[in-house]
Ligand binder design. Structure first.
Ligand SMILES: O=C([O-])CC(=O)C(=O)O
Ligand SMILES: [Mg+2]
Length: 591
C-alpha cells in the first residue's frame, strides 16, 4: 500500500523544487510538458509515491533517522528505523567523524559517493558546510584516482552512458533518464581526464563530480543536473586489457564516425530538453574540444570548461594578483608551458581583456603572451606545422628549444603551467623567473596534484618566498622563513557553478565571451585585503556560495545587456535573485 508523500518547501527557493513527480505507478509530470523553467513551479511541495521501505531507499527523499514520529506514522516507516530521532546537524556531525577516520582519500571518496546514493540532501549539507575539507575528496585530486579505479569502485550508475552501441537511439536513451527538466549537462568522452590522459568510460567520475559542485557551490538543484559520458572506445591499452573495464573494449572511433555520434547527441539534447539547457564540455582531447566548441557555439548553449572556465578563473587571478605584483595587465609579459585547451584559452581571454582595457586590437595584445609546447617556444617559423589553435601565438622570434631557455629569452613576469605534465617547473626555471622579478606570479594549473608543474613548497622555497603562487589542485599552507603562505587554488570550480547559475536564471540561449569576462571580473572583485595579506589571489572556498551568486548576477546582467537572456522581466536585484534561486540541502518536512 502506498501513501502520497508531500514535502513542504523550505520557503523562497524556486530552483530547489523538483518538478518531476511520480504519481501512481507511471511517471507523470504534474506541471505538464513544459516545466523546465522555475517560474512554472508554483507549489512549494512535491509528490512522490515513495513510502515505507522504498522511501528509505530513495536518495532524493530519504532522511534516515531524521524522520519525525509523525512522518514515521504517516509514511509507513514504523519498525523500519531504530527508535532514535536525530537532527540533520547530528547526522552531519556523525558522518564527518566517520569520514575523518578514513586514512585513504579514496575511502573518503567512496564514503561520500555512498552517502550521495543514500541521502542526497545530507550529502549536499556535508559538502556545503565543509567545503574546504571535502572539495579535495569529491573533486581534484581524489576524483582523478577514482576515475582511474572507476571500474572496481563502480556501484550504481550516476549518469547516462551513451556509447557507439546507442547510435541512432540517443533520443530514446535520454528519455530513460528519470528526470525531465534538466538545466545543466556536463559531458565528457573521457579522452583527456584532468592531466591523466585517456580513461575512456571511467571518465564518468568527472561529470558526476563537476555536477555535484554545480549544486553545492552554485545552487543548481540536483535533479536539474545530468552527467553524461560518451563512449567511443579508448586507446588506453591498460583499460582495453582490464577484465573489469566498464566501457567499450575497442579503440576510439574518430573522424566521421565520431562526429556523427556527437551530432546525433547534440541534436537529441536540444530536441529533448529545449535550447536553454547548458551543455558543458569537459575533458575532451584538444583536437575535439576546439572543434566541438566552434561547431556548436552558434547553435547551442555550450561552454567548454577547460578552455573557457579555466580561462576565466586564471584571468581573475591575474587581475587580482596585480594588487601584489603591481602594474596593469598590459604591463606584464606572460609565458605559458602548455598550448592546449587551457593554455590557449587563457591566453586568448587575457589578450581580449587587455584589448578592452587599452583599445588596442587583439592581434596586438596577443604579442605580450608567449606559449611553449613540447617542441619549444611557439614562433612564426613553426607556423605552417602548428595546429590551428596555436597559430595566433606564433610570434616573431628565433627558435627556442625549451622552457628554461624561453624564460631567459622572453623574461616573463607571469609563468603559467597548463601542460598536464608534472614537475616541469624545475628549480632552474623558478630561480630564473625569480631572478627577473621581485614578485613573480607562478601558476601551476595541471591536475591532479601529481601533474602539477611544481608544488607550493617548491615555488615558495626556490623563489625565496617571493613568488605569488596558485595551483589547479589544492596545496596546504606552507611556512617559509617564519611566514605562512597560503596558496590559492586556481581551478575552474570557482567559475563554472556561478557561471552556470547565471545562465540558468537569465534563461540565456548562448554563451558569449563577454559573459566569461563578466564572470572573471566578479570573481576578482571578491578577493579581500585579508586574503592578499596571506599571498592569496583567490577568495577562500568557504564563501563560495556568495561568490557564485555574485558571479551568476554579473553573468546574467551581461546576458541581458547582450540580448541573450529570455527570462523576462529582468529581476531588479540580480544578486538577491540568484541567491533566492539557490538549492538548499536542508531537509523538508513531509505531511
Ligand atoms: O577538474 C579540474 O580540477 C579542473 C579541470 O577542469 C581539469 O583539470 O581538467
Ligand atoms: Mg576539466
Amino acid at each position: 500500500m502506498e501513501s502520497t508523500l508531500k514535502e513542504i518547501g523550505d520557503g523562497g527557493s524556486v530552483l530547489d523544487l523538483d518538478p518531476k513527480a511520480t504519481v501512481g505507478g507511471g511517471v507523470e509530470d504534474i506541471y505538464g510538458e513544459d516545466c523546465a523553467t522555475e517560474e512554472q513551479l508554483v507549489t512549494p511541495w512535491t509528490f512522490s509515491v515513495a513510502s515505507g521501505y522504498s522511501l528509505l531507499r530513495d536518495p532524493h527523499h530519504n532522511k534516515g533517522l531524521a524522520f519525525t514520529e509523525k512522518e514515521r506514522d504517516a509514511h509507513y516507516l514504523r519498525g523500519l528505523l531504530p527508535p532514535a530521532i536525530v537532527t540533520q546537524q547530528l547526522q552531519e556531525k556523525k558522518l564527518m567523524q566517520n569520514i575523518r577516520q578514513y586514512q585513504l582519500p579514496l575511502q573518503k571518496f567512496i564514503a561520500m559517493m555512498e552517502l550521495q546514493e543514500r541521502n542526497e540532501r545530507l550529502f549536499y549539507k556535508l559538502l556545503i558546510d565543509n567545503v574546504e575539507e571535502l572539495l579535495p575528496v569529491v573533486y581534484t585530486p581524489t576524483v582523478g584516482e577514482a576515475c582511474q579505479k572507476y571500474g572496481s569502485i563502480f556501484r550504481r550508475p550516476q549518469g547516462l552512458y551513451i556509447s557507439l552501441k546507442e547510435k541512432g537511439k540517443i533520443l530514446e536513451v535520454l528519455k530513460n533518464w528519470p528526470q525531465r527538466s534538466i538545466q545543466v549537462i556536463v559531458v565528457t568522452d573521457g579522452e583527456r581526464i584532468l592531466g591523466l590522459g585517456d580513461l575512456g568510460c571511467q571518465g564518468m567520475g568527472i561529470p558526476v563530480g563537476k555536477l555535484s559542485l554545480y549544486t553545492a557551490l552554485g545552487g543548481v538543484r540536483p535533479s536539474a543536473c545530468l552527467p553524461i559520458t560518451i563512449d567511443v572506445g579508448t586507446n588506453n591499452e591498460k583499460l582495453l586489457n582490464d577484465e573489469f573495464y566498464i566501457g567499450l573494449k575497442q579503440r576510439r572511433a574518430t573522424g566521421e564516425e565520431y562526429y556523427e555520434l556527437l551530432d546525433e547527441f547534440m541534436t537529441a539534447v536540444k530536441q529533448n530538453y529545449g535550447e536553454k539547457v547548458l551543455i558543458q564540455f569537459e575533458d575532451f582531447a584538444n583536437h575535439n574540444a576546439f572543434e566541438l566548441l566552434a561547431k556548436y557555439r552558434t547553435t547551442h548553449l555550450v561552454f567548454n570548461d577547460d578552455i573557457q572556465g579555466t580561462a576565466a578563473v586564471v584571468l581573475a587571478g591575474a587581475v587580482s594578483a596585480l594588487k601584489l605584483i603591481g602594474g596593469t595587465l598590459a604591463d606584464h609579459t606572460f609565458l605559458f608551458l602548455g598550448a592546449g585547451e587551457a593554455g590557449t584559452g587563457i591566453a586568448e581571454l587575457i589578450a581580449l581583456e587587455i584589448s578592452k582595457q587599452t583599445k588596442a586590437p587583439v592581434e596586438e595584445t596577443r604579442k605580450k603572451i608567449w606559449l611553449v609546447d613540447s617542441k619549444g617556444l611557439i614562433v612564426h617559423s613553426r607556423k605552417d606545422s602548428l595546429q590551428h589553435f596555436k597559430q595566433p601565438w606564433a610570434h616573431e622570434h628565433e627558435p627556442v628549444k625549451d622552457l628554461l631557455s624561453a624564460v631567459k629569452a622572453i623574461k616573463p613576469t607571469v609563468l603559467i603551467g597548463s601542460s598536464g605534465v608534472g614537475r616541469t617547473f624545475t628549480k632552474e626555471v623558478i630561480e630564473a623567473v625569480s631572478s627577473i622579478n621581485e614578485k613573480p606570479l607562478i601558476m601551476a594549473l595541471s591536475n591532479p596534484t601529481s601533474q602539477s608543474e611544481c608544488t607550493a613548497e617548491e615555488a615558495y622555497t626556490w623563489s625565496e618566498g617571493r613568488a605569488i603562487f596558485a595551483s589547479g589542485s589544492p596545496f596546504d599552507p606552507f611556512e617559509y622563513n617564519g611566514k605562512t603562505f597560503v596558496p590559492g587554488q586556481s581551478n575552474n570550480a570557482y567559475i563554472f557553478p556561478g557561471f552556470g547559475l547565471g545562465v540558468v536564471i537569465s534563461g540565456a540561449i548562448r554563451v558569449h565571451d563577454d559573459m566569461l569576462l563578466a564572470a572573471s571580473e566578479a570573481l576578482a572583485a571578491q578577493v579581500s585585503e585579508e586574503n592578499y595579506d596571506k599571498g592569496l589571489i583567490y577568495p577562500p572556498f568557504t564563501n563560495i556560495r556568495k561568490i557564485s551568486a555574485n558571479i551568476a548576477a554579473n553573468v546574467a546582467a551581461k546576458a541581458y545587456e547582450l540580448g541573450l537572456a529570455t527570462r523576462l522581466p529582468r529581476p531588479a536585484d540580480l544578486v538577491k535573485y540568484a541567491e533566492s534561486c539557490m538549492y538548499s540541502p536542508v531537509y523538508r518536512t513531509y505531511r
